[in-house]
Design a protein around this ligand. Structure first.
Ligand SMILES: [Zn+2]
Length: 99
């Protein structure tokens, strides 16, 4: 038996986080970060300062797939964690206007 078999959600989250760690070491991820642009605010960010974000959070059933994972700056990552989805939509709309 898997240690978390009694709780599929926890096992799923653990697996997706592990996949994220692996994806971070991939050429695909390095190429994405080499663009040095935050996916959300489009600011130029040093690749070293880019973080991996799940568009749909793992805690809400999001998968670690190339379609659900983006590079973003720490500021956007923090904001996204703190804001409710509706507030995050407003945040994105605001930075779109500034662009
Ligand atoms: Zn950003």
């Amino acid at each position: 038996m898997e240690p978390f078999a009694y709780n599929l959600d926890e096992a799923d989250i653990k697996r997706e986080r592990q996949k994220a760690r692996e994806l971070r070491t991939s050429q695909w991820w390095k190429r994405r970060c080499a663009k040095a642009v935050c996916y959300y605010c489009k600011k130029n960010i040093h690749p070293r300062d880019l973080t991996m974000d799940h568009i749909v959070p793992v805690s809400r059933g999001g998968k670690t797939s190339k379609g659900n994972v983006v590079q973003c700056c720490k500021e956007c990552n923090n904001n996204k964690k703190q804001l409710l989805p509706i507030e995050w939509e407003k945040y994105l709309a605001r930075i779109d206007l500034q662009a």
